[in-house]
Design a protein around this ligand. Structure first.
Ligand code: M6R
Length: 362
């Protein structure tokens, strides 16, 4: 049932304020983050290894910033199909964490089995709690996204991020890496997030107009720095999956190291840049693009859009939000942009060519 929407993807994008709120409510009891079963003792863990495929891999890349910055735990992130065949050494006091919407992705499951008897703890973040990955983990953290039908993952991604951020905050508290006041600030940022996502959804009409122009492009670049870098990767994946436009993402700082050669008036460059601690750096990358006649589509808050000046091609305005939650918030315009571009192109949004919802073969 599409609940009045033209596609499941659009329904699932719209559900995000509610499902993200549900995930937060489930784990947050007062100011305590409560995990199922015996939970995880983060004072006994020295490093994390995060493994997944596709969109879930980008959720892991985002989580690396959170675990390292908030909890000061070193993190490695791997694509499951690379991890399993590389057979990496797993040092003592390692927690291995697997993220999967379906819980049945063949490579992710094989990576989990490789870690058995090697890692101190096997944790999974899944949507389908009866899945193989859930069953074979020591601790399973459900994301509460509800059934996701669209092949392009949307609400599962934001719910994965929400649960991973809660887990990073749990680790930060256990390890004394954040003060009580800092933790309280982060938790209130999370609690305000569903409301902010709702406001972000309000940009839908203006994104639809921008998407009509974007649908004429053959190639698109996404740029982001820090927490926005994994988001740029996810934005590019979403766009290519359903609109079939060639899209690539780079860390903004990598622009000069190659991709700037691609810039001309035919390649829109989508810059994801809230007015955060790295904004000025990203603006200077943007100016390098514009100086070469590149068309910049800037996603930022009102302050960021104002500071970026009048030369940007298109703007998408997001509500201002604490830096820590911006990846969850900026997932929304990235999804809407891909969605409306695909609709403008007339592709099969919910069942894109060549793709399956769950990749159970290698
Ligand atoms: O079920 P999983 O989360 O393990 O699936 C992983 C990927 O196959 C999945 O995220 C895929 O990349 C989606 N089509 C992304 O939209």
């Amino acid at each position: 049932d599409k609940a009045g929407h033209k596609h499941f993807m659009s329904k699932e994008i719209a559900e995000q304020p509610a499902v993200v709120a549900r995930a937060i409510e489930h784990y947050l009891q007062g100011s305590d983050i409560v995990l199922p079963g015996d939970g995880i003792d983060f004072t006994k863990i020295d490093r994390l290894t995060l493994v997944a495929c596709g969109t879930a891999f980008y959720a892991c890349l985002t989580a690396k910033y959170w675990f390292e910055q908030l909890a000061r735990i070193p993190v490695e992130v791997d694509i499951a199909s690379e991890f399993r065949y590389r057979e990496p050494p797993i040092p003592n006091r390692t927690m291995a964490l697997f993220v999967s919407q379906s819980g049945e992705t063949a490579d992710t499951l094989a990576a989990l089995r490789y870690c058995k008897e090697k890692a101190d703890k096997i944790v999974s973040v899944v949507n389908v709690t009866t899945s193989s990955i859930a069953r074979e983990s020591d601790v399973t953290l459900p994301i509460f996204a509800g059934v996701e039908v669209g092949v392009a993952s949307t609400k599962a991604f934001t719910c994965q991020l929400t649960v991973l951020l809660l887990l990073a905050l749990k680790a930060a508290k256990a390890r004394g890496a954040q003060s009580d006041a800092e933790l309280a600030t982060h938790l209130s940022a999370l609690q305000n997030l569903p409301g902010a996502i709702n406001v972000a959804l309000g940009a839908g009409d203006s994104i639809r107009r921008t998407a009509r122009k974007l649908s004429e492009a053959r190639d698109v670049l996404f740029l982001g720095r820090g927490l926005m870098y994994p988001l740029a990767l996810e934005g590019a994946l979403k766009l290519k999956e359903i609109s079939y436009i060639h899209a690539e993402a780079y860390a903004s700082g990598e622009l000069k190291h190659g991709p700037i050669a691609l810039i001309d008036k035919n390649v829109p460059v989508i810059v994801m840049a809230p007015r955060d601690s790295l904004f000025d750096k990203t603006v200077s990358n943007m100016q390098e693009v514009m100086a070469r006649k590149g068309k910049v589509l800037l996603m930022s808050d009102s302050q960021g859009l104002k500071e970026a000046g009048d030369d940007v091609w298109e703007e998408i305005e997001m509500p201002a939000a604490p830096e820590i939650v911006t990846p969850i918030l900026y997932a929304v315009p990235a999804q809407l942009l891909a969605y409306h571009t695909a609709v403008a192109k007339g592709t099969d949004v919910d069942q894109p060519r060549n793709l399956a919802k769950s990749v159970t073969v290698e």
